[in-house]
Design a protein around this ligand. Structure first.
Ligand code: GLA
Ligand code: ZN
Length: 677
């Protein structure tokens, strides 16, 4: 048995999703039918109680858990385990009426009215108290039930609160961070500029939209505080549950590359990382395979939050969502492809929002396993049931891991800093897109790439891409130097190492903190192009790349120049350099070019790194999960038509076919080739 298993109770992968029986308590016939249908669809887990607060506690202090007790027991008797949520994601009306401080205040200082969800104040002692009471009761009531295998904290935590309680906590957070020395803060925030000096921490306000938004240090510290405060709120919930049932693992559902919270800071508090996956399939602005590749990147972000443990795809839409700009159903076959992509990338679960469509309100038309039609012969139900079958066949994959030899550095502070900085062009900064664009090229080459923080241990990697690392965390430069010194292949780009973690510019040349020594260059200027501006980069050995958006002008100290600009006042100056440093190589790409044009460079780096490239047909992804007993090679066809993959080897767990050489995948088809060790 694989040692990394998230759920020892389940002999394999988890297949389930959000189940809202509290919407159907007056329909026992439907609740009974749910069980029959779940078994038919191969469901072995249900996520319960995500928004059930008013069903548990309809008026303050009056609790009803009987209904849930019956549901959990009934599911368990039928082989279906419970992921039990805490209900803090949405508040009952009585709570907001009695304790208005639970309602958030927005960036203009205006308090919300009651309603919607996901909008509580993270600081309010009263709200924390109420959450603590219900969480404790849930743990006491259900924690010992053998069917309960995990806690799910709240729902999609996010957002900011500017209320007086949060403002006060922000001041305390800052006092703590700057050792109660306001001059340390004044220096870090460079407040001598525009007379923004503070005399005390009490004078500091959050960056209200109609207040102080021009201090970069304040803006970033506010973002950091918001993560800290949300984490603190989440820890309050986790602590309450663990004080009753310390052994039940805990997760909370993240949202892809959500900007508002630094997930890297929250991950250590959780036993497993889970996320909600709603790709915009079949859109009119990119190929289907591109949408898939983007999703693969998001999976890699989640995988990177807890390396060494499988993650969970906590939600995904059977059929379609209802909040996309255009809510298009997945074409036949795409449901399975999407689910198995999650598993291929390292998820041990395929979970849905939602099991059954609710009759009314906001999500009544959101995709579900069971439609309003109510039958098991719908296309969606059939495709879900087919995934249920596949999940059983892939039981051995549970607990295995994706082992990458390449990594891309992605940093949330850097992300905020780039977004906030008054420089470049707001329209074209595109930090995230730049990272995703580079990451996708490695995917095309069949190379698995982790996403890691800029100060994380890089010793398991042989190749690292660090695009647009404008802000350097303490230790990042040293980390990168160590990596190259011991033989790593590193590529950085324009807009690297301009500021430290306070966002103060490095003096003495960019990239700072010693990185200009690593790359052997100093970046002296950056040219921001209008959308129609173009330049070119020409290689010494022939070939050109088109430059758009950004071009840095370099002074070369002791690096080899591989390519030069062809036009403008910096024609013939260096655009791509390489310096041998220790046993490795540090490349600096000074201009923005289409990431696919950089493939020959990436291939060269991969060859030096000793990482094999896999030739795949266009639109086909390959991911490998490895465990103690064997490895599982997933081939995913992101094309509507069939393709042939060469050099495939192993037994397809989905069909039982033995493959030696050519593997034919139907349109949107998947194969999982197993090889014993
Ligand atoms: C999110 C939420 C769910 C549901 C889905 C709809 O992921 O967590 O409660 O609203 O979106 O897609
Ligand atoms: Zn608040």
């Amino acid at each position: 048995m694989e040692k990394n298993r998230l759920f020892p109770q389940i002999n394999g992968l988890v297949h389930g999703g959000d189940y809202n029986p509290d919407q159907w308590l007056d329909r026992p016939d439907i609740l009974a039918e749910d069980i029959r249908l779940m078994k038919k669809a191969g469901i072995n887990s249900a996520t319960l109680g995500v928004f059930s607060w008013s069903a548990y506690e309809p008026v303050e202090g009056e609790f009803h858990f009987e209904w849930m007790e019956e549901i959990i027991e009934n599911l368990y008797q039928n082989g279906i385990y419970t992921v039990l949520s805490t209900p803090s994601g949405a508040r009952p009306a009585w709570l907001d009426a009695a304790y208005p401080e639970a309602m958030r205040v927005n960036e203009l200082g205006l308090r919300n009215h009651h309603g919607i969800r996901h909008n509580h104040c993270m600081s309010s002692p009263k709200f924390r108290e109420k959450v603590g009471i219900i969480d404790r009761k849930l743990a006491e009531k259900f924690g010992a039930h053998p069917g309960v295998i995990m806690y799910h904290i709240s729902n999609e935590l996010g957002g900011e609160c500017y209320c007086p309680l949060c403002a006060k906590r922000f001041q305390e957070y800052l006092a703590d961070k700057y050792n109660h020395d306001i001059e340390k803060l004044n220096h870090a925030w460079w407040t001598s500029f525009w007379s923004h000096h503070y005399n005390s921490f009490e004078q500091i306000e959050p960056p209200f939209q109609n207040g102080e938004t021009s201090v970069m240090g304040l803006n970033l510290d506010w973002k950091r505080f918001t993560t800290w405060n949300m984490n603190d709120f989440m820890k309050h919930e986790i602590g309450t549950l663990r004080s009753v049932t310390p052994d039940i693992p805990v997760t909370t559902n993240f949202m892809r590359l959500f900007e508002g919270l630094d997930y890297r800071k929250m991950a250590p508090e959780l036993d497993a990382i889970s996320w909600d996956n709603y790709p915009f399939y079949h859109n009119d602005y990119e190929t289907f395979a591109d949408t898939m590749a983007d999703t693969a990147f998001q999976h890699a972000v989640m995988r990177g939050l807890k390396r060494g443990t499988p993650f969970m795809m906590m939600e995904s839409a059977p059929g379609m969502a209802n909040w996309h700009p255009y809510n298009k159903p997945k074409r036949p076959g795409v449901h399975a492809l999407s689910c198995l992509q999650a598993v291929a990338c390292g998820s041990d679960t395929v979970q849905y929002f939602q099991w059954r469509k609710g009759r009314g309100s906001y999500e009544q038309h959101h995709g579900a396993v069971v439609d309003h039609l109510g039958t098991d012969d719908t296309r969606i139900f059939q495709e879900v049931a087919q995934v249920g079958e596949s999940m059983k066949k892939l039981a051995a994959v549970a607990g295995t891991l994706v082992n990458a030899k390449a990594a891309l550095l992605f940093d949330w502070d850097n992300r905020y800093a780039i977004k906030d900085v008054k420089a470049l062009a707001d329209e074209t900064k595109k930090y995230e897109d730049t990272c995703i664009g580079i990451w996708k090229q490695f995917l095309k080459l069949g190379v698995e790439m982790d996403i890691v923080g800029s100060d994380e241990d890089l010793s398991q990697y042989d190749l690292v891409a660090a695009p647009m690392l404008y802000l350097l965390q303490p230790g990042t430069a040293e980390n990168l130097k160590r990596f190259v010194e011991r033989g790593g292949q590193l590529i950085a780009t324009y807009f690297t190492g301009y500021v430290d973690s306070d966002q103060l510019c490095y003096l003495g040349g960019f990239p700072g903190d010693g990185l200009s020594e690593l790359f052997g260059i100093v970046s002296e200027e950056i040219d921001t192009y209008y959308p129609s501006d173009r330049n070119h980069v020409r290689f010494e050995y022939g070939g050109t790349w088109e430059v758009f958006d950004y071009a840095e002008i370099l002074r070369v100290k002791d690096a080899r120049v591989l390519a030069r600009y062809t036009e403008d006042f910096y024609a013939d100056t260096a655009a791509l350099t390489c310096k041998e440093y220790g046993r490795g190589k540090a490349y600096y790409m000074a201009a923005r070019v289409k990431p696919e044009e950089m493939i020959p460079l990436f291939e060269r780096m991969l060859a030096d790194a000793g990482i094999p490239v896999r030739k795949l047909p266009a639109g086909v992804e390959c991911h490998v999960r490895t465990g103690e007993e064997g490895s599982y090679v997933f081939y995913l066809n992101g094309n509507a038509g069939p393709v042939e993959v060469e050099d495939a080897e192993g037994v397809d767990l989905l069909t039982g076919a033995e493959i030696h050489g050519t593997l034919t995948l139907p349109g949107y088809g998947v194969a999982v080739l197993s090889k014993s060790l």
